[in-house]
Design a protein around this ligand. Sequence first.
Ligand SMILES: C[S@@+](CC[C@H](N)C(=O)[O-])C[C@H]1O[C@@H](n2cnc3c(N)ncnc32)[C@H](O)[C@@H]1O
Length: 244
Amino acid sequence: MGENVIIPVYSKEGFKLLSDIWLKQEWNQLHWQSFSWFGFQIWQFPEDLLRLQEVIATLAPDVIVETGVNRGGSAIFFASLCRLLGKGRVVSIDIQIPAEVRKAIEQSPFSDLITLIEGDSASPEVVSQVSGKIGKDEKVFVFLDSDHSKDHVLRELNAYSDLVSPGSYIVATDGVMQSLTDTPYGRKEWLEDNPAAAARQFAGSHPEFKIERPAALFGDQYIVEGMTYWPDAWLYRMPLAEGN
Ligand SMILES: C[S@@+](CC[C@H](N)C(=O)[O-])C[C@H]1O[C@@H](n2cnc3c(N)ncnc32)[C@H](O)[C@@H]1O
């Protein structure tokens, strides 16, 4: 029999425990499908979006490459930040872009900032199309949110990591799958087969990258690790002097 442990609710440990349980519940109840950005459905955990905004606002990339358009929310999210920054554009890839999603993006106030590419994000044809849209010396940020199998994410990491500028990131989203295996909608194989596992494997053989969650601009000491869909997701490309 295991020992009973009392964890005070109002402690950091209590916060972590409740957060872990809440995150599983939130995911399983599909609460994350209830959000939108500028009228476009966005499949993200809101806390992650606020953190992502901090990074984009700080980094001010010239080009944001994202895989996984779905209903267009993340493309519009990135493009709206580019508009506010007065800088940057978005290249968004999906294996299938429904006509109504394409039309809605084209009719949005951000259409001039978004290039849509249809095809398998890890295919050489698509990667070469994306590369052709990036100028020499442009600052590039890459966000991977398509097929979340470990194999596919590894293929994407290998295909897109060269495009990432030193000092910028490639983000392999949704490693939270590794913690959802015991939930009603979760799958046992996700323990190994998930984007975080791909990111860890990739970092192990690419010393120019390290897994490092960007520090919050304020109150980083209050962050509870794990309150995210993106554990071990942020692959930071070190500036030349550090590792490249
Ligand atoms: C999780 S959704 C993307 C959510 C979107 N980024 C957002 O924030 O709202 C995943 C998308 O990846 C696309 N997808 C799946 N496999 C793909 C592949 N091999 N290449 C490109 N896109 C793929 C799916 O069609 C789906 O639209």
